[in-house]
Design a protein around this ligand. Sequence first.
Ligand SMILES: *Cc1c(COP(=O)(O)O)cnc(C)c1O
Length: 350
Amino acid sequence: MKDVNIAWLVKPNIRSLRAYQAEEVPCKVKLDANESPYSAFSVQRSAFSVKKALQLLNRYPDPQATSLRKLMAKELKVKPKKILHGNGSDELIYYLIATFGGPVLYPVPTFSMYGIISQALDERKVEIPLDDEFDIDIEKTIAAIKKFKPKLIFLSSPNNPTGNCFSSNRILKIIEGAKGIVVVDEAYQPFSDKASFTPLLEKFKNLVILRTLSKIGLAGLRLGFLIANKDVINEVNKVRLPFNVNSLSQAVAIDALKNKKQMRSNIASVISERKRLFSSMENIEGITPYPSDANFILFKTANTEQVYKNLLKRGVFIRNMTAAVKDCLRVTVGTSKENKIFLKTIKDIS
Ligand SMILES: *Cc1c(COP(=O)(O)O)cnc(C)c1O
């Protein structure tokens, strides 16, 4: 075989990047990826439209995802032209950074894709540590905005992996103080009792909201939405690949969104399970759970690596967060049965 030094050909920013580690581990109880334990789609109840989409796979999907965006617009109480569809919100994060470039500012710890995509696109990252309450350090953030003039700021609220919402007056201060785009990533907003930032789109041209169907029962579809004013939408739409959301995802999502009652009740179940899981965790000696507005709970424990490995050995797969938050693991809220298994197992090994 002809010998070529592939690494030498690669751009330096890619050479030093590591591929995203989404492990597939065989396990009994999968509570690692903040998925919903309930599917928002029912094969039995599915409409004829899904069958029709299956019959039309020789055709390209609707490049504008017109019906889907209309439905989502109704759900979010905005105009369809203020919504852009993505193959997961990950893709929309990619598009935002491709469109506006850096510096890209975000608090840490937070969702890892902001940093990974910034590096993939060779844009400068500015990371500001959260304060002791996992809230935005507003003085440092405002100072960094003045110094680095970020084109993009990402705020995941509720924040992954800490679980809390940032205080809304701090988010507001950032939107008011920034000259660049402020993205409020509301992947977990449906699980929170704090208000969405979408109504503020009327007031701020530099505000962008991200939503996803991944955490509310449709992670396999890969569907995310960017909500913003039309000038932003028009620019980001230039880098969007024409057929980024496939026809099956569009059809299934439309079907699921029409059955809002089921989706809402699934979300309500996750919230009530989260409350039960949290109080049970509070009563386990040696672990400290942090309050959560999302569908997961971050918790502190001694011997983190050992606890993580012992859970996995017993078939309970959660997320090791020690690299991002010292001594911390993150568990996704599962079904009541899954949560019971998690609780029993962690009690047994602690
Ligand atoms: C899971 C997650 C996403 C990614 O969602 P996809 O739509 O599945 O790409 C985005 N932001 C945050 C904060 C997340 O935790």
